[in-house]
Design a protein around this ligand. Sequence first.
Ligand code: ZN
Length: 121
Amino acid sequence: MMNATLSNEALAIADAADALLDAYYNGPVLVMGVYEANGQVFVVKPNQQKSRLYAKVWENGSLTYAPGAIYKLHPCHKVSRERGEELSVQIGACCVCGRTLTAEKSVKAGIGPICGRAFSF
Ligand SMILES: [Zn+2]
């Protein structure tokens, strides 16, 4: 390959293109929400720019960023609506989008107001 002759700028563009392709191919496959895999609970949510999804793992009572975990999760790991609500109440994150819930009513329901409306619970 010709990588050795590419400038850093060209490599950065190639990386950005890779990231875009990744988001394009992974986006429709994995959706935000609660996942269970290998006995662990993950919350998949969009990054701040909403350009891609990432996963946090629920461990020892808190949600921690799990680098690379998003690539190991599969749509079949997504939990059912009922299980999602159950886990979300413990985690304090919305079972649909993974956002941290703060309002008491939302925490009890395991779903945020926006997702609650969208999914008409
Ligand atoms: Zn939500």
